[in-house]
Write a protein that binds this ligand. Structure first.
Ligand SMILES: [Zn+2]
Ligand SMILES: [Zn+2]
Length: 207
């Protein structure tokens, strides 16, 4: 698997370039800023960008979507509950649900629906790696005080992630932690939001 974390924009965002080494089909995740940097990273890996996947549709994750779309004409993939309608000329938009498999060549990307930060927030499971958008950060979690946010749902989503394999590598939507990536095992031990065993604890630590 080709997998590159790309620092973009002024808000410590990470975009991602992923791809299948054999077919050279690729995808760009969260084109918030710096379309040329993301497309350049895909080119560097000799990938043809077939899909653009959005972990959610806040402006800092979609600001460069139109430019990336116009330069790649890739299919746009986002969750069915996300209140955002990409509307570019001739664009193909695929709405996904929990557990949906998005294929990038032979690479399989499983959608994990994790509402809370936004209704249609998703994490992307790629083998031993998971892109967690603004749901799970290294040492933190996404804001739940924004329009469309829901702290109760965030708690449920974090519990869902807690049940996942300790060896999973975590790749967040922002570089807010001590390190740009982490592991599920480390986050379960050190991330106060993931370690919260009870709702009460979560709500009082967050709000
Ligand atoms: Zn966000
Ligand atoms: Zn964000």
């Amino acid at each position: 698997m080709i997998f590159e974390q790309v620092p973009i924009g002024p808000m410590q965002n990470f975009g991602y370039v992923i791809g299948d080494e054999n077919s050279k089909e690729g995808a760009i995740v969260d084109p918030g800023w710096n379309a040329d940097k993301l497309i350049g990273a895909a080119k560097h890996h000799r990938l043809t960008v077939k899909k653009i996947i959005l972990t959610h549709a806040h402006f800092d994750h979609v600001k460069a979507l139109q430019e990336v779309y116009e330069k790649t004409t890739a299919e746009i993939v986002l969750h069915e509950d996300e209140p955002y309608e990409p509307d570019f000329e001739n664009s193909t938009v695929t709405r996904v649900k929990d557990n949906h498999i998005v294929k990038i060549g032979a690479l399989k990307c499983r959608i994990v629906h994790t509402p809370g930060h936004t209704p249609g927030s998703i994490c992307l499971l790629l083998g031993s790696k998971m892109i967690t958008g603004d749901t799970l950060f290294v040492g933190g979690c996404g804001r739940v005080d924004l329009p469309g946010s829901n702290p109760q749902q965030m708690w449920t989503s974090l519990q869902k992630l807690r049940k996942m394999d300790d060896t999973l590598e975590i790749y967040p939507g922002h570089d807010y932690g001590e390190t740009p990536s982490s592991t599920m095992e480390h986050e379960k031990k050190h991330n106060p939001f993931l370690a919260s065993a009870t709702k009460k604890e979560f709500f009082t630590s967050r709000l």
